[in-house]
Design a protein. Structure first.
Length: 274
């Protein structure tokens, strides 16, 4: 868990009960996130970003990108995102590359075997990229000093290649990595745990109930005391609307307690005696 901001003056107006509630939900959410790390996730989003100018100078942009970058400027950063879904005993992966240029961000994703180039927020692709060019970009950010031709990352949706690339990028000091694990703990609750560079960022507990049209979610952030416990109502358009109700937060404390009991392995009486 990351260190919190030492300045706690913003808690001056909190009552003892509010402070107790705030601290309790913070600690319990951290316990839940830690306990879930040993459980298989239903889906995992990994995002890796490289912005070192020395590496960016070495990246050879695809022809389709050079056509829209007449000044030949190097990218500000390259991002690789890999989403893994597990259904039963099968695992699927969907990966993409984002080239962040000074004036725009373009994405490369694979559809029907083709690597399509698309501007951020655009609906339709603007061009086609040679898979060899995509592979060279990924090889360069993963191992900057290696010859890109020695690596093969042409199939963006290959589970084995994506796993290899994620492992390499995750061990690279020049790479900023953000990982988001989603766990369906039971039929009514989903937990999303986010970490950055190996440090816990947030734990979101989502409750799905038949009597409410949209789910209620408690998001606990671990980077700063002042923003640590936020309760959000998920709106129909996917955005979040902040609400803070003491009874709801107290109910989520009970929910997290129940989820912890569900997630933690049952300890035998003999182990308790030991």
């Amino acid at each position: 868990m990351t260190a919190f901001d030492a300045d706690n003056t913003q808690f001056g107006g909190l009552s003892y009960e509010e402070l107790r509630q705030h601290t309790e939900v913070l600690l319990k959410a951290g316990e839940l996130a830690e306990a879930l790390q040993s459980q298989p996730a239903n889906s995992t989003d990994r995002n890796y970003s490289v912005s070192d100018p020395r590496v960016m100078e070495m990246v050879e942009l695809p022809a389709a990108v050079r056509d829209i970058n007449p000044l030949g400027r190097p990218p500000d950063s390259i991002e690789y995102r890999s989403t893994v879904h597990t259904t039963g005993d099968r695992t699927y992966v969907s990966s993409s590359v984002a080239i962040c240029l000074p004036f725009a961000t373009v994405h490369i994703a694979q559809h029907d075997g083709k690597h399509l180039l698309q501007f951020e927020n655009d609906v339709t692709p603007t061009g086609v990229v040679d898979p060899e060019e995509t592979s060279a970009i990924l090889a360069r950010i993963a191992q900057p000093t290696y010859d890109p031709s020695l690596s093969d990352f042409k199939d963006l949706n290959d589970v084995g290649r994506a796993s290899e690339l994620c492992e390499t990028l995750g061990n690279n000091d020049m790479v900023t990595s953000t990982v988001e694990h989603t766990y369906a703990v039971d039929d009514c609750h989903q937990v999303i745990v986010e970490s950055k560079d190996g440090k816990l960022l947030s734990c979101e507990v989502v409750e799905f109930r038949d009597d409410q049209e949209i789910p209620l979610a408690l998001t606990v952030e671990f980077n700063n005391w002042a923003t640590a416990s936020n309760l959000y109502q998920m709106t129909s358009d996917g955005s979040k609307e902040l609400i803070m109700d003491e009874s709801d937060v107290e109910r989520f404390i009970d929910i997290i307690d129940a989820l912890l009991t569900h997630v933690r392995p049952v300890t035998s009486s003999q182990e308790d005696l030991d």
